[in-house]
Design a protein around this ligand. Structure first.
Ligand code: PLP
Length: 444
């Protein structure tokens, strides 16, 4: 093969050349099929080659592909922001479009700081976040991220914002058990706020279901209700990073809807354009916008491609397709079916320690010994081995960090497109079983 000039994730790895996609399958240039059990990076939520989306992209491209947001508004962006407001019961009434999840979370904290500044509380500038979290790769987003491996090369450039322990019941950081724990991991927020000083804290940012940094860690009921009420008590903005969980991945527009908790600001990405276009968004409530509307009347942020008509028209078509095919109402049933099949695998492979998640965002954590929950040695590179065997066999899985330090633990995320069928879920589990067998690990 000719020398490649493309910087790929691993410089010397031999990646197959993607040729085309159809539904939940991707085909490489040799015609081999890959069942996409993770929607790429939990992104291709409606699979590939959907005609409605392709038509919408073409229609918009023929009209106009780009306008600059400081010169024009555009119909696609106006319609998309209205639809998003409607989908959050007009609670998150305002949307700022960006191009990636990292930009969406950074914009979220900037808006939080600007809110307090314009409200006459300029000291409220500190951001709080959790360990075992991932909010993006740019410096601000990485500063919020409690992801040891992704932080380590850049620590000198980062802020130390992760302060809270994760709601990781499988390995409770406090050695407690739900419900006798009294949701200590949530209650601890109050101690942290008091240590820092509520008058200094602008916001708390959390992923409702922890993705790449934990493998679909899902807190017990009551956890988010508690975090939100502590935030309200101390006048701290509650930001939901719904980049991975939003737009229907868990069966609701926002994962926080499952717990009836309304964030002050939410970040969307990934599934918003479902991989058909790069688009992300920061959604903001009236309460947060009010002092800015009455003050400088301008959010101090923006990117050349913010509110790009082509991306907005794409996202609009994606959300409309999710509605017209009524995909969200089917997520729970599909997730139950898939979880049941995965639990069957767990009874066969004793190194599957935990299966967790919400809707079609499912995590599987692997351990050397089921009782002691002992992780595999790092040299064993369990997750990368499993993922490469699976890909070789035509199954795509998403890696996740696990273990309280995010270094000593192995997990994968299973998050197929929301329109996956029962037959396809059977095929997914068949291919996963083959990959697990090929790992050739002694099953005690
Ligand atoms: N937030 C969450 C929860 C994510 O999972 C990700 C990406 O995986 C990001 C933010 C960053 O998004 P992007 O990679 O589009 O910058």
């Amino acid at each position: 093969m000719q020398q490649s000039h493309l910087i790929k994730p691993l410089l010397d790895a031999d990646y197959p050349l993607a040729d085309h996609g159809k539904g939940i399958f991707i085909y490489d240039s040799d015609g081999k099929d890959y069942l996409d059990a993770c929607s790429g990076a939990v992104t291709a939520n409606i699979g590939h080659g959907m005609k409605e989306i392709i038509d919408a992209i073409q229609k918009q491209a023929e009209k106009i592909a780009f306008v600059y947001r400081s010169q024009f508004t555009n119909e696609a962006a106006e319609k998309l922001s209205s639809l998003l407001a409607e989908k959050t019961d007009n609670h998150l009434n305002w949307t700022f479009f960006v191009n990636s999840g990292s930009e969406a979370t950074e914009t979220a904290i900037k808006i939080a700081l600007q809110h307090w500044l314009e409200k006459g509380k300029p000291k409220k500038t500190k951001v709080l976040s959790r360990w075992m979290s991932y909010h993006g790769i740019t410096l601000g987003a990485l500063s919020m991220s409690g992801h040891s491996v992704r932080r380590e090369k850049f620590t000198s450039l980062l802020e130390d914002w992760p302060v809270l322990e994760p709601p990781y019941c499988y390995r409770c950081p406090y050695g407690k058990e739900f419900p006798t724990c009294g949701l200590h991991c949530a209650a601890h927020l109050e101690t942290v706020i008091n240590r820092v000083g509520a008058d200094q804290v602008a916001c708390l940012i959390v992923e409702p279901v922890v993705g790449a940094a934990g493998g679909a860690i899902t807190p017990p009921d009551g956890y988010y209700e508690k975090l939100k009420s502590i935030c309200e008590k101390y006048e701290i903005l509650f930001i939901a990073d719904e980049v991975m969980t939003g737009c229907g991945r868990t069966g609701a527009m926002l994962a926080l809807d499952h717990w009836g908790v309304k964030p002050d600001i939410a970040a969307l990405g990934k599934g918003l354009g479902a991989g058909y276009a790069p688009i992300a968004a920061t959604m903001v409530s009236d309460k947060v916008m009010e002092p800015i509307q009455n003050g400088t009347k301008s959010i101090m942020s923006g990117h050349t491609f913010s509110a790009n008509p082509l991306s907005c028209a794409t996202a609009l078509a994606v959300l409309q397709l999710i509605d017209s095919e009524d995909l969200l109402s089917k997520v729970e049933e599909k997730a139950n079916y898939l979880q049941k099949k995965l639990k069957k695998l767990q009874s066969e492979f004793s190194f599957i320690g935990d299966i967790r998640g919400k809707g079609l965002l499912i995590g599987m954590e692997f351990v050397k010994g089921i009782e002691a929950k002992e992780p595999f040695p790092r040299e064993f590179i369990f997750t990368s081995k499993l993922i490469s065997i699976a890909q070789k066999n035509g199954l795509l899985l998403y890696p996740a960090a696990a273990g309280l330090d995010g270094r000593h633990g192995d997990a994968i995320i299973i998050a197929p497109p929301l329109n996956i069928t029962e037959d396809e879920m059977d095929e997914l589990c068949k291919r996963l079983r083959e990959a697990l067998l090929e790992l050739n690990i002694d099953n005690e």
